[in-house]
Design a protein around this ligand. Sequence first.
Ligand SMILES: Nc1nc2c(ncn2[C@@H]2O[C@H](COP(=O)(O)OP(=O)(O)O)[C@@H](O)[C@H]2O)c(=O)[nH]1
Ligand SMILES: [Mg+2]
Length: 329
Amino acid sequence: MGFFEKLKRGLTKTRDEFNNKMAAVFSIGRKIDEDFYEELEETLIQSDVGVQTSIDLVERLREREKAERIKDVETLRAALQDEITKILKGSAEGENKNRFRLKGGRLNVILVVGVNGAGKTTTIGKMANYYNYIGHKVLLAAADTFRAAAIEQLCTWGERAGVDVIRQSSGSDPGAVVFDACKAAVARGSNILIVDTAGRLQNKTNLMEELRKINRIIEREVPQAHVEVLLVLDAGTGQNAISQAKLFGEVVPLTGIILTKLDGTAKGGVVIGITNELDLPVKMIGVGEGIDDLREFVAEDFAAALFDKPQEDMAGDGTEDIANGSEAE
Ligand SMILES: Nc1nc2c(ncn2[C@@H]2O[C@H](COP(=O)(O)OP(=O)(O)O)[C@@H](O)[C@H]2O)c(=O)[nH]1
Ligand SMILES: [Mg+2]
């Protein structure tokens, strides 16, 4: 299957679902009244946008209807798409915060956090493969030391991607692994160090301690490094993803989100709620289990895809190959 085919398939469920629901609300010639706004709010909530964000969006539309003297639903629909794009871009001023950019001339540490099964290790494998492929010096750290299988899984991805993994035996201190990995990254002149972590939410205190410690070690050992803390969320968990994000945000300074498994769910609307309620940009999305199933998130395209009728070509699919991954400072 070609690249475009994969993209198209990746977002099909979310797109079709959102599309059908919106088509029902914004039916041609419909009057803009109280009933209309109520139905729109309900439909947004049903599309996993989240209660608060749905209310916010409807409020913004009411304001625009008045300010711009909007009389027809077609124009209002375009305004909704516009408001959703603004939310997804993470800024009303036009600057796009979504773009994931590496810093040139120094080490980039990417700390990957999230609950068990969210897709951390898989995503790290995809990222390692991509950055290695375009010529970066990538190193991985197996700091999910709780189960031997977790370490093995990362090593398997490392082999597939052609990237080394710093590891210790299972049960060892994750902080020690990160310490070793920081030293190794500096010694080898790596410019990207990606750290896999455990996500055992059952034991919140331990998890918090572990992540805080890892964060401290990175700050101490490689103070010159640019650090990104990316939270991996399974799109299929819908609104639950927002509470996970809040919890992790209390522990580590999150800089962005990677939303996985968009290929298997119709709940992609959750992206809007996450960005709005947490003020965190979605940086990348996972659209499959394969090594090249990771995409850069493009706000405008994603929003357009939600409103576009399914098309034969891939225009407005909401994704872009994660090209141009680096930027000099
Ligand atoms: N369909 C699909 N499956 C994914 C995606 N990302 C991860 N997975 C699957 O989700 C499961 C858990 O992933 P894993 O990386 O082990 O999660 P971790 O516990 O957070 O490290 C695995 O079976 C992965 O193949 C994705 O974007 N799409
Ligand atoms: Mg894992």
